[in-house]
Design a protein around this ligand. Sequence first.
Ligand code: ZN
Length: 230
Amino acid sequence: MKKAVIILSGGLDSTTCMGYAKEAGYELYPITFNYGQRHIIELNNARAVAEFYGVSDRFKVIELGFLREFGGSALTDDTIAVPKTGADPVPEEAGEIPVTYVPGRNLLFLSIATSFAETVGAEAIYIGVNALDYSGYPDCRPEFIAKVEEVIAIATKIGVEGKPISIETPLIHLTKAGIVAEGMRMGVPYQLTTSCYNGELEACGECDSCRLRLKGFAEAGLTDPIAYKK
Ligand code: ZN
C-alpha cells in the first residue's frame, strides 16, 4: 500500500488533509510538531484525529521547543499578543504578513516530514497550506511548495534514485468554506479539532483563526461542531 506523511496540527486544515490522503488510498503517517505554540491544545486534538483514523501507532510528535527560544511570532512569543481584530479587517485579507507568522516554520516542518517520509518509504507529504485565506504567509504559497519539492528531489536518496517525494497541497486554492464542504463530504472529524490561536480548551471565537473558521462554516451553510466562548 502506498504511504503518505501528513503534517497534522489537529486544526481544521491539516485534519482535512488526513481525509484527502485517505481518500487517495494512502496509508497514513501523521506527524505533529510541538513548537511551543500557544495553541498546544492542538497536540491532543492531533492525537485524537490519529486515533479516529486508526493510525495512532504510527503517529509521531516531534519536539521543536527551540522555536520558543527564537520567538518572533505571536504563537511562540509571550511578548507578542494574538490579535483580536474584531471590527478591523483580518490581516490576511489586507495582504499583510500577520504577527502569527512563525519564522521558517513550514520550511522546518517539510524538512522533518521529508526525513520521516524517506525513512518509512512514503511517496507523498500532505500539508494543509492555503494561498487564499493565509495569503499573508510566504511559506504557504505554491511557489514555495514547488521549490521545496525540487530540493527534496536532489536532497534525498530516493529522489536521486528517481522516486522523488511529492508535496500534496489539496487545500491550496480552496476557500475556507470550500475546505469545510470537502471535509464534511469526506467525513472528516471536525468535532475533534480546534483552530484557536489562544490554546484554551474552549475556542475563543475572536482570534483571526477562529473567525476564519467560523466564516468558513457559515459560508458553507454548515454548523461548526465545536464550542466557542463567543
Ligand atoms: Zn480563537
